[in-house]
Design a protein around this ligand. Structure first.
Ligand code: NDP
Ligand code: OXD
Length: 308
């Protein structure tokens, strides 16, 4: 039969074991670095230790437990095998909820009134209709496209930026590096849902963030490495930017003494925008395992050349 290796810190992926056993009769599930794991056909991982995947001689498929695969592709020794990621309607819904909440947080001034309420300050702010608020989404893939459409339904003025041309009802779509500045210059609430690749790392730096209009806000749901955090802080302190909801960080968990926790205008959330359940992940791994055994096309295969 088939052997599945779980590469994670001890015990983290154990909830998958029963589901895999139920879905794949006869399967051997082993946790790295047990000897059986080294003989695995399928490796399931988030951020495997460097060289681990290359040391598995029977490996046929690498399966991420996440939507993003940057933590896997960052290892230069990762073997040239099919790499699959998680795509799931519940994750898409969860991300859409997070984007809607973050948008409303700034649009309806919750960032200001939460702070005012702690200080006993009764202050009302002039309200703007959703149609008068420009929300821009970086990345129009599984997650960005769903969030953009929902924002359109709520009446926001929505634009988006992707690598290749896209058409989504009600969304002003930009594509390519040449269009980025024009997209940014008309975005008041910027939501990042890009994959982390060589082309997107450090994209949100002082130069790009300065293109946003004064008073704009950032919602970072993608990866911490997309953002140059010091540049964000400088633009917040200068008053050019209003605030940021940051869900992802270069170092996770964000250390308790990290200054971002206490930076005025920044709200830190713990990489919680969309979390797949172990059941969901295990079911997708099992489906791709069956397809692998039958020689059928795999689901949610990553384009290794693009990096996402
Ligand atoms: P997809 O691969 O479906 O979509 C990626 C989008 O980004 C595509 O529209 C793609 O353009 C665009 N893109 C990629 N590179 C560029 C570039 N250089 N310039 C412009 N656009 C680019 O990804 P998902 O929507 O599934 O996920 C996006 C990311 O969200 C993940 O990679 C992960 O980092 C993050 N994530 C975060 C979670 C959290 O809890 N915070 C949970 C899940 C995911 P094109 O359409 O032209 O190919
Ligand atoms: C991610 C995920 O890619 O949690 O961040 O799926």
């Amino acid at each position: 039969m088939i052997t599945v290796a779980l590469l994670s810190r001890p015990g983290l992926m154990d909830p998958m074991k029963a589901v895999l056993a139920r879905e794949l009769p006869g399967v051997t599930v082993a946790s790295w670095p047990e000897p059986a794991a080294r003989e695995a056909d399928i490796a399931v991982c988030w951020k495997p230790e460097a060289g681990a995947l290359a040391s598995m001689p029977k490996l046929k498929l690498i399966h991420a437990i996440a939507a993003g695969v940057d933590n896997i592709l960052s290892d230069p020794t990762v073997p040239d095998l099919p790499l699959c990621r998680i795509v799931d309607p519940d994750i898409t819904s969860a991300m859409t909820e997070f984007v809607l909440w973050s948008t409303l947080y700034f649009h309806r001034d919750f960032d200001r009134v939460v702070s005012n309420s702690r200080d006993g300050v009764w202050q009302r702010y002039e309200q703007r209709a959703a149609r008068d608020r420009k929300v821009g989404i970086l990345g129009l893939g599984e997650l960005g496209a769903a969030a953009a459409s929902r924002l359109v339904e709520l009446g926001f003025t929505v634009s988006a930026w992707s690598r290749s041309p896209k058409t989504i009802a009600g969304v002003r779509a930009y594509h390519g590096a040449d269009a980025l500045d024009a997209f940014l210059s008309e975005t008041e609430i910027l939501v990042s849902l890009l994959p982390l690749t060589a082309s997107t790392i450090g994209l949100l730096n002082a130069e790009r963030l300065s293109r946003l209009p004064k008073g704009a806000a950032l919602v970072l749901c993608s990866r911490g490495e997309h953002l140059v955090a010091d540049d964000l802080v400088a633009l917040l302190r200068s008053g050019h930017l209003r605030g940021a909801v940051l869900d992802v960080f270069e170092q996770e968990p964000l250390p308790a003494d990290h200054p971002l926790w206490r930076e005025p205008g920044v709200l830190v959330t713990p990489h919680m925008a969309a979390i797949a359940s172990w059941e969901t992940i295990a079911l997708q791994v099992a489906e791709n395992a069956r397809r692998l055994l039958r020689g059928e096309p795999l689901l949610n295969v990553v384009d290794r050349a693009r990096g996402y």
